[in-house]
Design a protein around this ligand. Structure first.
Ligand code: UTP
Length: 286
């Protein structure tokens, strides 16, 4: 069966990005002039996804407004003769078929995905976490869907990380299959470097089969008292294969101020309209 649906989890508190996240969803921070969430939504669309399910929570209304149509704004732009911007705004609201679910209590990423169970039904689906933004020729999700079509089982995206950073990732115990592919023998959420079975960290892209929901329903709270997707995947391994795919592309973790700044710089420097001037400014600054 084709991967048609994608869940994008945006219900977290964004604690590493306080104080701004007290009143502003982290996912609406811009990379230059486009909010982070749009990169994930566009990646999903460019990978062939037909329906995007956004799991939101209290304080995330700006995201819904962003993808909605604004007749008032369109009217103003039309009157001002801003034809190009008007066209852009219309395209944005026509971008994709999005539906929203509220995670009423932020009980963890695993729980957030479980709230999408009825909308997903009995089909494989993708999960994207918008903190992870990947600059790549082929969208990461598209790379993964290709792999899924070959293996027809759960796929997690992995990246080689610095040993001292294992406490920030789910870490896999790998068994190499071929160039970019591994079988996952076990998964551990945020282990100490000395306990980590490898330096292959799971990043925020998954393709999952619907059996994950049965497992999520019985997964007890783990690290930080949250229902962790990593713990559910570890339980799923006993029933079903999980493969790890080392994707092609440069990943940015925009979930912290420094990671977000790095991504902002990298994306801005590539922009033809502002890149050159920014490069000169940075040179002066240094
Ligand atoms: P994180 O654990 O990184 O949390 O969530 P966070 O809120 O984004 O950021 P910090 O750690 O507090 O700074 C990983 C992903 O899971 C989603 C988040 O929105 C993020 O995309 N999530 C997390 C939920 O949707 N619901 C939850 O209850 C927890």
């Amino acid at each position: 069966m084709k991967v048609r649906k994608a869940v994008i989890a945006v219900a977290g508190w964004g604690i590493r990005f306080l104080p701004i996240t007290k009143a502003q969803p982290k996912e609406m921070l811009p990379l230059v002039d486009k909010p982070l969430i749009q990169y994930s939504v566009e990646e999903a669309i460019n990978s062939g996804i037909e329906q995007v399910i956004l799991v939101t929570a209290l304080g995330k209304r700006a995201i819904e407004d962003y993808f909605d149509r604004s007749f008032e704004l369109e009217y103003v732009l039309e009157r001002k003769g801003e034809t190009k911007r008007l066209q852009e705004m219309r395209e944005l609201s026509d971008l994709v078929n999005v539906c929203y679910i509220r995670q009423k209590e932020q009980l963890g990423l695993g729980h957030a995905i479980l709230t999408a169970k009825d909308i997903i039904g009995e089909e494989p689906f993708a999960v994207l976490l918008p903190d992870d933004i990947v600059d790549s020729k082929v969208p990461v999700l598209k790379q993964m869907i290709k792999v899924y079509e070959q293996y027809k089982t759960n796929i997690v995206a992995v990246e080689r990380i610095d040993r001292q950073d294992t406490t920030k990732y789910g870490i896999i115990e790998p068994k190499k299959i071929s160039g970019h592919m591994y079988q996952v023998l076990s998964l551990t959420e945020k282990p100490e470097p000395s306990q980590a079975p490898s330096n292959l960290g799971v990043v925020g892209r998954y393709i999952l089969v619907p059996q994950i929901f049965d497992v999520l329903e019985v997964t007890p709270p783990g690290k930080n008292q949250e229902i962790q997707l990593t713990d559910a995947l570890q339980l799923l391994i006993k029933r079903q294969a999980i493969l790890a795919y080392e994707f092609e592309g440069v990943r940015y973790d925009t979930g912290t101020p420094l990671g977000w700044l790095k991504a902002t710089m990298a994306f801005a420097l590539k922009r033809p309209d502002i890149g050159q001037e920014l490069r000169e400014y940075l040179r002066q600054l240094l």
